[in-house]
Design a protein. Sequence first.
Length: 255
Amino acid sequence: MKLSLITALCIVCTGCSTYQYVTVSSPLKTQNEFIAENDTVKISYDFSGEQGPVKISIYNKLSTPLYVDWSKSALIIGDMRKSYSDKNLSLAAEMNGTETRWMNYTSQSATINGKLTSGEVSGFIPPKSQALETPLTLSPKLFQLPTAANEKNRKMEDGIIVEFKSYTLNESPLTFRSYLTLSTKADLSEPIHFDHEFWVSEVFQTLNGPKKFSTKPNRFHLKKTSYAGACVLGVATLGGVIWALQYQNEKASLD
């Protein structure tokens, strides 16, 4: 009896997760990543992972240093700007003090020694080298997909049948841009600007987690866990177990 009840209670506590896999498109050419390139620099984007991390790789082709002005670079989601520059300051310090007491008089003194540092990512890229930064995450909410049976589209993805919805640029539920400011000057004069456009072009939904699907730089995933359905299932299962136990007890008493 105890084992049956423990099993039932475990079922009550189990949640159900829904996953959405979001494909990103762009005018940029795609190899393993979205790539923008000229004689000076090669910029690559990778959005794979949970919530859409914006992973930016910048390769300096020059024989002299290259500088990224993160304070003048931003992620624009729709028409809202989010700065790539984290200007939060942190203080690592220790305090040393003394206290003097004489009758009803108390005197205290203290000295704080520490270092104030900026959380801003480094913008210095040496010659013929690459910098990889993940300054922000897209973090959208789950997308609304068609609920009517006649409107649902299905396809095979890595051997699994999934429900999906495709979008054009004008129909996309999420558009965003990455605006970068670079310079060959240490004082960030003579800036070079890059403005790269992206949009969500497909979303598919399933109960299968990321391990079931291949990782792609133009695709990220979202997750939502719901406990409501699991609780209903748990209560029903628990009721079934109790009924079975009562039936067994009644049968045993009759025997």
